[in-house]
Design a protein around this ligand. Structure first.
Ligand code: PLP
Length: 477
């Protein structure tokens, strides 16, 4: 080769790179496949592969599994700055007093007449509605008397056995007798808090806090200690350690896998450390693992419960994000609190409805649940990227968006002077829902942030993102 002359693959890379620079291909666009480009440019597939490897090295494109090559999104992620111990000094337990604005926003976030970017609701078009309706009918016909009778307080055995069978994939092999079926994950969480805490007690939670937790904690008369968290790894153990020394903490709530709203996935080592830290201080850990099955990667992440050696982790989850939110079927594996939880479940609710338990058990046994999970994980992975890319395209410079590895919510952060509540109000007037940051805290934080739901994707949604991006420019103080 003559010095200074480019080899063929560099020329191919420059050609595609030039089209990216000129905006012909925009962030998030799919570029031609290796076969397409080799045909179009009359070069070998190997040459295109080398060109694409070069563009990947230059950070201009990225390969997406089973999907092809895409122009890399230029949008930044929120800064990953884990809070240090000293920041714990500003952290103090606070009684939950939700103001009228927050309560009103919380009610609106999941309003189904809005473009659904606000609530963290799954896309029911992706859920097995027909199969389940057939199963609920056939199971009720097969066992008519059982279907109309009270189930045992701990739930029907077949369902508990199915959940136990699957628990091995999250690293905590449970037996059916360790599980109590609940009416969704939220009931599991509230039973856990009631089993552990008394009014006035303090609960430590990763902040931003999923606002439903704030709501029920208010009703239970507990105090909240917000532990700063990052979108990469979740809550700061340094600050939690500091807080434990400063103030009595009765329980800790953690969404370790694909946190709502941050999307964070706590690394295994940190999960182990968290469980150890809390059990050393005899503080029960209430785990919400409702998004655990929605990993975009090949493996399902471990549950915090899998590191539990003393029965101090109360593992809560449900089928609301993966199968049927309306069926209200969830569960809790409460460790040493088993008897207490069963007692409370009987006291407040007698038992979870029988027909939906029967249908979910049948779906898990014979309905192709794993195949269904693979499909929705793929769709959510794609839509999370599409929504991220379109925020990058339409929002002002300086916007940062989380890059979750599972689940379907995105955390969006703009510069400090941005007022997300103003954007929420403007969006509402346009029929678009978003969840402004202020509902995820009792303090003054996250005023420049909001959460988006990526469970839905359509041209209408993309238009809504464009509208939001256009309005965002007018929301700076
Ligand atoms: C973190 C988290 N936990 C629990 C729930 C609700 O669970 P369920 O409908 O099973 O009560 C949600 C729904 O948005 C959630 O995001």
């Amino acid at each position: 080769m003559t010095a200074g002359r480019k080899v063929l693959y560099e020329e191919v890379a420059d050609r595609i790179g030039g089209m990216i620079d000129s905006g012909t291909y925009r962030p998030g666009d799919r570029i031609p496949s290796i076969r397409e480009l080799s045909g179009q440019m009359r070069v070998s597939a190997n040459t295109v592969m080398e060109a694409y490897a070069l563009l990947e090295n230059r950070g201009m494109i990225e390969a997406r599994p089973q999907s092809g090559f895409y122009v890399r999104s230029t949008i930044l992620e929120p800064e990953d700055r884990p809070a240090k111990r000293e920041e714990g000094e500003g952290v103090a337990p606070s009684p939950v007093i939700l103001d009228e604005v927050s309560l009103q926003v919380m009610r609106n976030v999941s309003n189904i007449s809005l473009v659904p970017l606000g609530g963290s609701i799954p896309n029911s078009d992706l859920l097995p509605a027909l199969k389940l309706s057939r199963m609920i009918a056939s199971e009720s016909r097969r066992q008519p008397l059982q279907s109309i009778s009270y189930a045992p307080a701990k739930g029907i055995k077949r369902l508990r056995a199915q959940i136990a069978k699957r628990s091995i994939s999250s690293g905590c092999p449970l037996s059916p007798d360790e599980i109590v079926i609940t009416s969704g994950c939220i009931e599991a969480m509230t039973l856990a808090l009631q089993a552990i805490c008394r009014p006035g007690d303090t609960v430590a939670i990763g902040s931003p806090v999923y606002y439903t937790f704030l709501n029920f904690i208010q009703w239970l008369g507990l105090k909240v200690l917000e532990i700063p968290s990052t979108p990469k790894e979740g809550m700061s153990l340094e600050v939690l350690t500091y807080a434990i020394r400063q103030t009595p903490i009765s329980a800790c709530i953690c969404i370790g896998n694909f946190n709502n709203p941050l999307g964070s996935l706590m690394p295994d080592e940190k999960k182990r450390e968290l469980v150890r830290l809390l059990s050393r201080h005899d503080i029960p850990l209430i785990e919400d693992d409702v998004y655990g099955e929605l990993s975009f990667g090949a493996v399902r992440p471990t549950a915090l419960k899998s590191y539990d050696e003393k029965g101090m982790v109360l593992h809560c989850s449900s089928f609301s994000k993966t199968v049927a939110p309306g069926y209200r079927v969830g569960w809790i594996a409460p460790g040493r609190y088993y008897q207490k939880i069963k007692q409370l479940k009987t006291l407040f609710n007698i038992a979870t409805a029988t027909p939906t338990q029967m249908a979910v058990a049948e779906f898990l046994a014979n309905g192709g649940y794993d195949h269904h999970l693979r499909t929705i994980r793929r769709v959510y992975a794609r839509q999370v990227t599409q929504l991220r890319d379109s925020v990058g395209r339409y929002f002002p410079a300086g916007t940062r968006v989380s890059r979750p590895e599972g689940g379907f919510v995105l955390w969006v952060e703009l510069p400090d002077r941005f007022d997300a509540l103003k954007l929420y109000e403007m969006a509402l007037a346009e029929g678009i829902g978003i969840a402004p940051g202020r509902i995820f805290t009792l303090g003054e934080k996250y005023g420049n942030c909001f959460r988006l739901n990526a469970a839905f994707w359509s041209e209408e949604i993309e238009r809504a993102v464009k509208t939001l991006g256009g309005m965002a420019g007018g929301c700076f103080e």
